[in-house]
Design a protein around this ligand. Structure first.
Ligand SMILES: [Zn+2]
Ligand SMILES: [Zn+2]
Length: 340
């Protein structure tokens, strides 16, 4: 396992195998977080208030027993803290999100990937407004990746996979996210992990194994629901690689989650605070991004997501041009090359 700092690795949506040893967070500490919306900061454009207005964003609900925030003491990251953390940002030559299919020697393939890799590439590109490249599959090897059986499921060690990906990080990769249909675990005291990603090392991995009830021996799940879960976990993990920590401010894609029920409660969308972080890093026009996402949701039958995006677009009172350009981004981050 690579030790990259106390806050560096974030496990996305995972189940703990045992008590984490911390006192449950108090509900009050998680509700009424002082930043209901991004604070006006660098290069604030009033014409985009509609996109970052937090007044109608859903607040973070009081954690239920077993929820992520009931078991993990996370305090959140507002926009000011995000910038102070000096996150990576896409800059040439590292300006492409690489999706890296993974395979394991001797392992039988269990069926078609849902959503398809082509669909994942399409969605991630629209979500992050960056080029996305599907890499040729690489084969994991038991000499480099730990394997165990857990409740009848083969699982690969996600930390080992991240180590392999770090050593092979392509030169054009802003980040590289491995994808597998095999179940993952991060360490011996966790039951599984849907995915994990580094805040700074540009690598992460996620699994599509658990999104269909067929994995647990039940009848196949609604394919639209399986598709939604797959897109949720990949964008959550890639979001971490933009330096976004788990969100405690609103119901948000970047919420941590302990199980599938909790993950299903989180939307596919970023809350205003997390959207602002991504926009500061990438420099997109929020209305154009939402239109691209709406086309995707319409094509693939993700109708609640389509309705949500259309409602946001209805609030866009101004022209599609946001005035937020790469020049503005440079004014915020300076001219220095990526730190890592
Ligand atoms: Zn996460
Ligand atoms: Zn958020």
């Amino acid at each position: 396992m690579h030790v990259l700092g106390r806050r560096d690795w974030l496990h996305g949506a995972a189940a703990l195998a045992c008590a984490c040893g911390r006192e449950p967070a108090t509900a009050q500490a998680r509700v009424g977080w002082p930043f209901a919306a991004p604070q006006p900061g660098p290069a604030w454009d009033p014409s985009l208030d509609w996109a970052f207005d937090g007044r109608d964003a859903e607040p973070m609900p009081v954690p239920r027993p077993g929820d992520w925030l009931a078991e993990h003491e996370e305090t959140g990251q507002d926009v000011v803290q995000f910038l102070a953390d000096e996150p990576n940002r896409p800059e040439p030559p590292r300006d492409t999100i690489v999706i890296q299919p993974l395979a394991m020697v001797h392992r039988k393939h269990v069926g078609p990937i849902q959503p398809s890799l082509v669909e994942l590439v399409d969605y991630v590109g629209r979500f992050f407004v960056l080029p996305v490249r599907l890499a040729d599959p690489i084969v994991m090897d038991r000499r480099h990746v730990g394997v165990r059986m857990n409740h009848g499921h083969e699982q690969w060690n996600a930390n080992d996979i991240d180590g392999v990906l770090r050593e092979q990080l392509p030169g054009d990769a802003y980040c590289c996210i491995g994808v597998t249909t095999t179940d993952l675990f991060p360490s011996s005291d966790w039951n599984f992990v849907y995915g994990q990603a580094s805040l700074s090392a540009r690598v992460g991995v996620f699994s599509l194994a658990r999104h269909d009830d067929a994995f647990f021996g039940g009848p196949p799940s609604d394919p639209v629901l399986v598709r939604r879960r797959g897109h949720g976990v990949v964008t959550h993990e890639v979001g971490h690689m933009f330096g976004m920590q788990h969100c405690v401010h609103h119901l948000c894609l970047m919420n941590g989650s302990n199980d599938r029920e909790e993950a299903d409660r989180s939307p596919l969308q970023l809350c205003p605070i997390c959207l602002r972080k991504l926009q500061l890093s990438v420099g997109f026009d929020p209305a154009a991004r939402y239109r691209d996402l709406a086309a995707f949701y319409r094509t693939y039958g993700l109708l609640p997501e389509l309705a949500w995006v259309n409602a946001r677009l209805a609030r866009a009172r101004v022209s599609p041009s946001s005035g937020f350009s790469s020049t503005t981004r440079t004014q915020i981050f300076g001219h220095s090359p990526p730190r890592r």
